[in-house]
Design a binder for this molecule. Structure first.
Ligand code: HEC
Ligand code: HEC
Ligand code: HEC
Ligand code: HEC
Ligand code: HEC
Ligand code: HEC
Ligand code: HEC
Ligand code: HEC
Ligand code: HEC
Length: 252
C-alpha cells in the first residue's frame, strides 16, 4: 500500500504540469518539540509568481520528501531557508509567521485567571527567549510567586529591569467588581480597582477574606466586630459599617 502511494505521488510529480487543475495537494504539518507546529501550504506556495506551479522549485526530480531539517540547516539555505532568507520570501527571523501561536489561557487555582499574551510578547521576544529555557510549550506545572521572585517562570523577565516587576499584581492577575446580592437589603458592589489603589491582594486575601473564588458569608453583626469589610470599615481606616449604609448598599 505504502509503495503504491509513493509510486502514485512519483507519478504525480512527473506529470505536475497538468495536475494542479484536478488534484489538490495537501498541507504538510511539521511538529516540533518546543515551538509547536508549522503548516506548509502547497496551495499558497504554488500561487506565488516566483514559483508558478513549478514543483522543481522545491522537489528534486522523483522525490517528495525534503528530509528533516533544523533551523541551523535552514539558516544555511536548506529546506524553507532556500527562499525564506529575506530575499525571495520573508526571513527566518519572523518565527511567528511559520510557528503559529495561539492565545494561551493561564490560570492559578488559588487566584484565578492570569493575563498572558503571546502576541504582545512576540513584539519584543522570540520563541527561543522562552521556549524551552523558561517554559515548555505545553502545560507547565505551577511554580508559585515565591519561585518567581527568585527568577523562575515569568520572574525571569518581570524583575523591574527587563519588564515591570512582580509587585504589580493586577497587571497579571486581572480583577473584577464583586456584587453581593442580599435578601432583604440593597445589593453591595465591591470595587477591586478602587481598593487596589490602596492595598495589595495579600492585604485582604488570606486575611479577612479567603482565597479568591470562595465567597465569604458575613452578617452585619460580624462586620461590626471587625470581620469581613468591617476589618477596615471601622470609622478609623474607612467609613464605618455601623452607619453609612447607603455607601455600600446601593440600588444598582
Ligand atoms: C515551495 C516548495 C514546494 C513546492 C513548489 C512544491 N512542494 Fe511538494 N512539498 C514541499 C514540502 C516542504 C513537502 C514536505 C516534505 C517533507 O515532509 O519532507 C512537500 C511534500 C510533497 C508531497 C508529499 C506530501 C505528503 O502528504 O506526504 C507531494 C506528493 C508533493 N509535495 C508534491 C508536489 C507537487 C506535485 C508539486 C508541484 C505541483 C509540489 N509538491 C510543489 C514543498 C513544495
Ligand atoms: C521556492 C521558495 C520557497 C520555499 C522553498 C519555501 N517558501 Fe514559503 N513562501 C515563499 C514565497 C515566495 C512566499 C510569499 C512571499 C512572502 O510571504 O514573503 C512564501 C510564503 C510563506 C508563508 C506565508 C503564506 C501565507 O499564508 O501568506 C508561510 C507560512 C511559508 N511560506 C512557510 C514555508 C515553510 C514552512 C517552508 C518550508 C517547509 C517554505 N515556506 C518554503 C517561497 C518559498
Ligand atoms: C519559513 C518558516 C520558518 C520560520 C520563519 C522559522 N521556522 Fe523554525 N521550523 C520550521 C519548520 C518547517 C521546522 C520543522 C523542520 C523539520 O522538522 O524538518 C522548524 C523547526 C524548528 C525547531 C526545531 C528544530 C530545531 O532547529 O531545533 C525550532 C527550535 C525552531 N524551528 C525555532 C524557530 C525560531 C526560534 C524561529 C525564529 C528565529 C523559527 N524557527 C523560524 C519553519 C520555520
Ligand atoms: C515571553 C515568553 C514566551 C515567548 C516569547 C513565546 N512563548 Fe510560547 N508559551 C509561553 C507560555 C507562558 C506558554 C504557556 C505554558 C503553559 O501553559 O504552562 C506558552 C505556550 C506555548 C505553546 C503551547 C500552547 C499551544 O498553543 O499549544 C506553544 C505551541 C508555544 N507556546 C509556541 C511558541 C512559539 C512558536 C513562539 C515564538 C513564535 C513562542 N511560543 C513564544 C511563553 C512564551
Ligand atoms: C508577571 C506576572 C505576574 C505578576 C506581576 C504577579 N503574578 Fe502571581 N502568578 C502569576 C502566574 C503565572 C501564576 C500561576 C503560575 C505559577 O504559579 O507558576 C501566579 C500565581 C499566583 C498565586 C498562586 C500561587 C502562589 O504563589 O501561592 C498567588 C497567590 C499570586 N500569584 C499572587 C500574586 C500577588 C499577590 C502578586 C503581587 C504582589 C502577584 N501574584 C504578581 C503571574 C504573576
Ligand atoms: C522573556 C522575558 C519575559 C517573560 C519570560 C515574560 N514576560 Fe511578560 N513582558 C515582557 C516584556 C519585555 C514586556 C513589556 C515591557 C513591560 O511592560 O514592562 C512584558 C509585558 C507583559 C504584560 C503587559 C502587556 C500585556 O500583554 O498585556 C503582561 C500582562 C505580561 N508581560 C505577563 C507575563 C506573564 C504572566 C508571564 C509568565 C507566564 C510573562 N509575562 C513572562 C517580558 C517577558
Ligand atoms: C480590599 C480587599 C481586597 C483586595 C486588596 C483584593 N481583593 Fe480580591 N476579593 C475581595 C473580596 C471581598 C472578594 C469577594 C469574595 C469574598 O467575599 O470573599 C474578592 C474576590 C476575588 C476574586 C474572585 C472574584 C469573584 O467574582 O468572586 C478574585 C479572582 C480576586 N479577588 C483576586 C484578587 C487579586 C488578584 C487581587 C490583587 C491584585 C485582589 N483580589 C485584591 C477583596 C480584595
Ligand atoms: C483592607 C481594608 C478594606 C477592606 C477589607 C474593605 N475596604 Fe472598602 N475601603 C477602604 C478604604 C481605606 C476606603 C476609602 C476610605 C473611605 O472612603 O472612608 C474604602 C472605600 C470603600 C467604598 C467607597 C468607594 C467606592 O468604591 O465607591 C466602598 C463602597 C467600599 N469601600 C466597600 C467595601 C466593601 C463592600 C468591603 C467588603 C466586601 C470593603 N469595602 C472592604 C478599605 C477597605
Ligand atoms: C462597608 C460596606 C457596608 C456597609 C457600610 C454596610 N453594609 Fe450591610 N452588608 C455589606 C456586605 C458586603 C454584605 C454581605 C456580606 C456577605 O454576604 O458576606 C452586607 C449584608 C447586609 C445584610 C444582610 C446580612 C445580615 O447581616 O442580615 C443586611 C440586612 C445589611 N447588610 C444591612 C446594612 C445596614 C442597615 C447598614 C448600615 C447600618 C449596612 N448594612 C452597612 C456591606 C456593608
Amino acid at each position: 500500500m505504502k509503495g503504491l502511494l509513493s509510486l502514485l505521488s512519483l507519478f504525480l510529480l512527473l506529470t505536475s504540469a497538468s495536475l494542479t487543475s484536478g488534484y489538490e495537494l495537501k498541507n504538510v504539518t511539521f511538529k516540533t518539540k518546543d515551538v509547536g507546529t508549522v503548516v506548509f501550504s502547497h496551495k499558497d506556495h504554488l500561487q506565488q509568481k516566483t514559483i508558478k506551479n513549478n514543483c522543481k522549485a522545491c522537489h528534486k526530480e522523483g522525490t517528495n520528501k525534503l528530509g528533516s531539517h533544523t533551523m541551523a540547516d535552514m539558516e544555511k539555505g536548506r529546506s524553507c531557508g532556500a527562499c525564506h532568507n529575506g530575499n525571495k520570501a520573508f526571513a527566518l527571523a519572523n518565527c511567528e509567521k511559520c510557528h503559529l501561536t495561539k492565545q494561551v489561557s493561564l490560570k492559578s487555582k488559588e487566584i484565578g485567571p492570569i493575563t498572558f499574551s503571546h502576541k504582545s510578547h512576540l513584539s519584543r521576544q522570540r520563541c527561543e527567549g522562552c521556549h524551552a529555557a523558561i517554559f515548555k510549550a505545553g502545560p507547565n506545572s505551577p511554580v508559585g510567586m515565591a519561585a518567581m521572585e527568585k527568577g523562575k517562570s515569568c520572574g525571569a523577565c518581570h524583575d523591574k529591569q527587563k519588564a515591570f516587576g512582580l509587585e504589580k499584581c493586577s497587571a497579571c492577575h486581572p480583577t473584577k467588581d464583586v456584587t453581593y446580592k442580599i435578601a432583604g437589603a440593597a445589593p453591595v458592589k465591591f470595587s477591586h480597582d478602587f481598593h487596589l489603589g490602596m492595598y495589595k491582594c495579600q492585604d485582604c486575601h488570606g486575611v479577612m477574606f479567603g482565597k479568591p473564588g470562595k465567597r465569604s458569608k458575613a452578617k452585619m453583626a460580624d462586620m461590626e466586630k471587625g470581620k469581613s469589610c468591617g476589618a477596615c470599615h471601622d470609622d478609623k481606616q474607612a467609613f464605618s459599617v455601623k452607619g453609612s449604609c447607603a455607601k455600600c448598599h446601593r440600588v444598582l
